[in-house]
Design a protein around this ligand. Sequence first.
Ligand code: GDP
Length: 320
Amino acid sequence: MTLRRSRDVPTLVAAARDGDPRAVARLISLVEDGDTALPDIAAALAPHTGRAAVIGLTGAPGVGKSTTTNELVAAYRKVGRRVGVLAVDPSSPFTGGAILGDRVRMQDHATDPGVYIRSMSSRGHLGGLSAATPQAARVLDGAGCDPVLIETVGVGQAEVEIAGLADTTVVLLAPGMGDAIQAAKAGVLETADVFVVNKADRDGADATYRDIQGMIGLGDRAPGEWRPRVVRCVAARAEGIGELVDAVDAHRSHLVTSGALAARRVRRAEAEVEAIALGTLRARMQDLRTGDTLSTLAREVAEGRLDPYTAADTLLARLS
Ligand code: GDP
């Protein structure tokens, strides 16, 4: 059987760890599809995960996320690191690289075996970004990618979600988009570890830079707490990328030395476990609904033979 179709988890995980892109692709597909092999995949990967720096990049459409991601990949490749990229599009119905295949700016790395790029849709996944993306990131981590970059569009909820997934969250802004104000409104200030003022070649970049610095200055921070860095970039000309890498590295060092990395990862695992448990509960509940357990209880409640609380307790007892 070819790797592309395989469901042989030990073989797939071993091949992915050897850097076989087909095995990585297959594992992510299984993860995306919520395949029954998912628990086995997670168990096989677990001992090999936790090494990658997970970096989230987010911002409004057109701000320069994919251009910046492309340049970051180039920077990390220059120092010999294997890089994984997940481009999550919350609005797109396409999965499996369909969009990214067309995205010219990422094509620089299309033939580099040290780079794995995958686009994912979060539409249709229960729980949106939070459902399949952490598992896909685990696949890349387990396959030896470090860093794992997670790029996603949006202002608002997407940032908050990505901040839950990433060790370091990079929020991109560009002059003239009212971004600084939008960012403040959407609560992005609390989630961003690094700000990029991209398109610094454009008028208004200095004002955006000052606005964001001003807002950071207003924030309450405990002593020793990370102060978000602001980096100016012209991603289209690969300018400022070294500074961005430095800022991300500095944040990572801060996380490690302060112990916050471990705390963040525990919080992340908490959300992950809770999401999986809720998913399982939902599936079991559905079984009870399609079987006649719920309808039998409901009939008894409707006829006054049982109270709804006792009925609910009976249902809950069947769930476990
Ligand atoms: P995304 O939608 O956030 O991924 O943004 P893209 O990376 O696709 O970039 C949107 C557009 O902005 C493209 O036409 C880029 O070439 C352009 N762009 C990206 N970075 C810069 C920059 O630093 N300066 C200027 N002037 N244009 C840029």
